[in-house]
Write a protein that binds this ligand. Structure first.
Ligand code: GCU
Length: 138
């Protein structure tokens, strides 16, 4: 089934800014995480029913260094230090998918930088059924 997109620039940003200084983003911009550990973006998403879902994050990382992030659902870390490795440059976006479990109704999904470099640039997340899980792209 079609995944539902949530733009990072519309989410709750803690230690980051909405930016447009690179190309290829969707919506009206992307989030540039502040280069500190703990910078985060939190999305509020809707699930029709409780159960497994595929969470895909579209990101860019124009440095040579991984920008890992913890992913939490409803306040609990469900995937620790998920790798967001280098993309070709800041204009090149890649996707990373992880499986999550949602409750029916409103859920929060937060992506928090685990290193002093902060997170990658984050364009959006997409939520789909488990069959929507995408292979990592680079
Ligand atoms: C550069 C780049 C930003 C990026 C930043 C970073 O300044 O233009 O888009 O967020 O590096 O290292 O996080």
């Amino acid at each position: 089934s079609a995944a539902t997109d949530y733009q990072a620039e519309d989410a709750k940003i803690s230690q980051g800014t909405v930016a447009t200084n690179h190309t290829g983003y969707s919506g009206t911009g992307f989030v540039d995480y502040t280069n500190v550990k703990g910078s985060s973006v939190e999305f509020t998403v809707a699930a029709a029913a409780a159960g497994p879902a595929s969470l895909t994050l579209r990101y860019a990382n124009g440095t040579g260094t991984d920008r890992p992030m913890d992913l939490s659902v409803n306040g609990t870390v469900v995937a620790s230090a998920v790798s967001f490795p280098a993309t070709a440059d800041w204009n090149t976006w890649a996707s990373k998918s992880v499986g999550v479990t949602l409750k029916a109704g409103s859920n929060t999904i937060r992506a928090t930088a685990t290193t002093a470099n902060g997170g990658p640039n984050l364009d959006r997340i997409s939520l789909g059924t488990p069959s929507d899980t995408q292979a990592p792209t680079r």
